[in-house]
Design a protein around this ligand. Structure first.
Ligand code: ATP
Ligand code: MG
Length: 486
């Protein structure tokens, strides 16, 4: 089995065994992937005793750099040779859960304790590193058998209730390796599903982020949809049925951007999330989710504490009457949930427009603003676009959108090829055009800053984009012409 370990990593593992002796183990994903003959990068070492001391000794041997998290008993060593991977060292520990969906209490323990705190049997395999038994697999929970038969199985019946992030993890491994979730586990997952609602926004977001990094994300998402997880996380959230095609578009978009926009900031996770919301998720729902899952958003204040006081209402308590008094009437079906220390009020009622999301807290009332709606809005705008559209109109239309949304739309299969061409042309050429005439030029020409000034600047730039003027002189004579026509 150690035959399949790449030579440089094998060297590192022997070093660790030599330094740490008995009580040092390679654990988790690396062992699992090694047995599955898949490449793996995360090298996780468990040490019975003091992992930090062991890490320090190896850091010296590898002439590397050390990062210590004393309160967790963990350390990471990056060897000097940058071809070699980083190695994570953790002190063997025991975990006890006090409340569902919260983080556990941690104490130091034996390798057995450490393996028993883990999620699935396939992740519970350890490999001994001490020289006397280097390479021996420790299998205390039937992980080898499950790996062979392709089964994802928790170690005890409370596992998903203790930590519902394991629900995402179970589907992620099943989807990645083509494994089945054990029958009993499928039942345990359904029982634990409501506890998912108690998870913090960050923890859910991290799990979804990791699902979206999987090649099989569409299949995994489909399974999670069948389970009904989205509705549990945020009332009314329905997965878009186009996700598979939007996800493939996101993958192409990321590949395209790393080739053509290599020296620009381009947020790949942002692209994947826009694809997840797709075009079917209503705007108010995307806003609510950006708040719930602590994705990119900002709160725009609608009512300040002083304004609330003037109207003799307190925004610490959310009721229909209070909203009525503030001039934002809610429908009877509005959903009011407490998240991230504030109230999130989602009103899907179409009679009040397209549905609204409000946030209430700190004595204020807010609306959520997020750029995550850009892809959906851009696609709506594209549907109205005519093929004969001028470059200046394209420029004005696309300018407000984040690059990520534009690249994603340019890879979308439902956008006409000519429309995709226009987006690529905008990204590669149009948006980089420098105006022939700047504000400074206009002032020197005797124009006074103001609304007309802005209009003139745009008119000249638009004419330039449309190829009507090509030199500064041409721009000035165009300006004289516009001015003389009023
Ligand atoms: P991947 O290839 O997805 O990174 P991994 O097995 O390395 O898989 P990590 O999330 O990196 O998974 O975690 C490392 C190890 O820590 C896992 O193999 C598992 O044993 C343990 N672990 C991680 N998350 C949990 C959890 N929520 N509950 C219990 N054990 C966990
Ligand atoms: Mg890992």
């Amino acid at each position: 089995m150690t035959r399949n370990i790449p030579e440089p990593i094998l060297g590192l593992l022997h070093d660790i065994g030599e330094v740490a002796g008995t009580g040092s183990y390679l654990v988790g994903g690396f062992v699992r992937d090694l047995l599955l003959k898949r490449p793996s990068l995360d090298i996780d070492i468990v040490v019975e005793g003091d992992a930090i001391r062991v890490a320090q000794a190896l850091c010296e041997r590898w002439n590397g750099t050390l990062e210590v998290h004393a309160q967790f008993g963990t350390a990471t060593v990056a060897p000097e040779n940058t071809d070699l991977p980083k190695v994570d060292f953790v002190t063997a520990r025991r975990e006890t859960y006090q409340g569902s969906g919260t983080l556990p209490i941690v104490q130091s323990g034996s390798i057995t304790d450490d393996l028993r705190r883990r999620d699935f049997s396939i992740n519970t395999l350890a490999m001994r590193l001490d020289q006397t038994a280097f390479g021996t697999i420790v299998d205390e929970t039937g992980g080898l058998k499950d790996l062979e038969s392709g089964v994802v199985r928790v170690l005890h019946n409370r596992s998903f209730i203790d930590d519902p992030t394991r629900i995402f993890r179970a589907y992620r491994y099943a989807g990645r390796y083509g494994f089945q979730i054990a029958k009993n586990d499928a039942r345990l997952i359904r029982e634990a599903l409501p506890v998912t609602a108690q998870l913090s926004g960050e923890r859910i977001r991290n799990e979804i982020d990791r699902v979206l990094l999987e090649k099989n994300a569409p299949e995994i998402v489909e399974q999670l949809t069948e389970l009904g997880i989205w509705e549990t996380i945020c009332a009314g959230w329905q997965m878009s049925s186009d996700f598979a095609s939007d996800f493939r578009a996101a993958q192409r978009a990321i590949a395209w951007a790393s080739e053509h926009l290599a020296d620009e900031a381009f947020d790949q996770a942002f692209v994947r999330w826009m694809a997840l919301f797709g075009t079917q998720t209503p705007i108010y729902q995307i806003e609510a989710l950006s708040f719930r899952l602590i994705l990119e958003h900002r709160l725009q204040r609608l009512v300040s504490p002083a304004q609330a006081e003037n109207r003799q209402v307190s925004l610490e308590k959310v009721t229909h009457v209070i909203f009525e008094k503030l001039g934002y009437p809610l429908s009877q079906n509005a959903v009011i949930e407490h998240h991230n220390g504030k109230w999130c009020i989602v009103d899907a009622d179409v009679s009040i427009g397209k549905g609204k999301t409000y946030i209430s807290g700190d004595g204020s009332l807010f609306r959520v603003e997020t750029r995550l709606t850009a892809y959906k809005q851009l696609k709506e705008a594209l549907a109205l676009l005519k093929r004969s559209v001028k470059p200046s109109e394209i420029y004005r239309l696309f300018k407000p959108y984040p690059t990520e949304a534009l690249v994603l739309a340019s890879e979308g299969t439902t956008v006409a090829e000519w429309g995709r061409e226009k987006i690529r042309d905008y990204l590669l050429v149009l948006r980089k055009v420098q105006p022939l005439i700047t504000g400074k030029d206009l002032i020197a020409f005797g124009e006074k800053p103001g609304q007309t000034f802005k209009t003139r600047l745009w008119q000249l730039f638009a004419a330039q984009l449309d190829g009507e003027i090509k030199t500064k002189e041409a721009a000035y004579s165009r300006l004289e012409k516009i001015n003389s026509n009023g």
